[in-house]
Design a protein around this ligand. Sequence first.
Ligand code: SF4
Length: 350
Amino acid sequence: MELRSDTPLQGMVRRPLRILNRELQQIAYNWQRDEAAGWPVVYQIELTNHCPMTCQMCPRTHSMHRPHGFMSLELFRSIIDQAVRSTPHVFLHHFGDSLLHPALGECIRYASERGIWCYLSANPALLNETRIRALVDNGLHELVLSLDGVTASTSRAVRGPAAENVERAERRIGELIEYRKQAGRTTPVIILQIVRQKQNVHEVDAWLRKWKGMPGVDRVKVKSYVVWNGREEMINELSLNGSPDPTSVTCDKPWTSMTILWDGRVVPCCFDHDGLLTLGNVNDQSLDEIWRGESTRELRRSHRSGDFSNISLCEKCKDKEGYPVGKWYYPFNRLLQKRNTLGDEWQPTK
Ligand code: SF4
């Protein structure tokens, strides 16, 4: 089935509007304004928080208390309809594995047809024929598959018993590559990723030797460890690399984007695994109302002042993304400074 994409006219109108929106947001971020600028960009949509893995580096394993569920297709469509003017791409996961969502293919198709590229991070152990078809046939743009070791014991140590069968996971990756080839597609772009941490550091070299240059795998990535919002000591302890100095940049999330949980609650960023700071709910409010609402303004004020006494989510966050900001830095900070980004690719020292 052919994908119906944006008409050339729609694409022509949307692209400059999205660029203008991004620049308005950057001005507000640099000027540290409480008021929203532009339209909200949806960064992540959580299709589900179900997941069979028990990853030691994930706060979901240690401290997720909210109910489990799946986002309805109706709610997903409503979010996309509101976000399409400002959102060029969206991650279709948060703290769960979206391969489990029964309408994953419909979600990907709905967003893709409106010119939004869909990215997904998933566990290859959960791939099967139906899910592979859902990803390839509906136009997923990029798929990150997590394989955190080359042996069963390391894989189990990092992601729990559900990840132990490494051979099956590798077979499933092969089936995905084969199906994409048969379908005559170049997407999804397939990225294999290992998160470098204390439990698998001894296998990173072997992992790279095994997967680098593998036909059909578009890229391999050794991701630097992130400690999420820094609140879990067990997660912090698995880190090998020091986190960036959290005071060197101002987090840009309150000015640039939002993340939506499966039940419609809106949270500031991908580090909020448990709805610790709810800014609103898209079942009751529009994205615009939440973007301009008092809770989001309060979040911006806290970031401006650096006083997080009322916002425990951000208090210990070390891996925040952003630049040093200042009223007259725009637009030069983007040219002169390197943005702190989440989970940079780890590079071996020669
Ligand atoms: S400071 Fe950290 S936890 Fe707070 S919004 Fe930014 S990325 Fe999220």
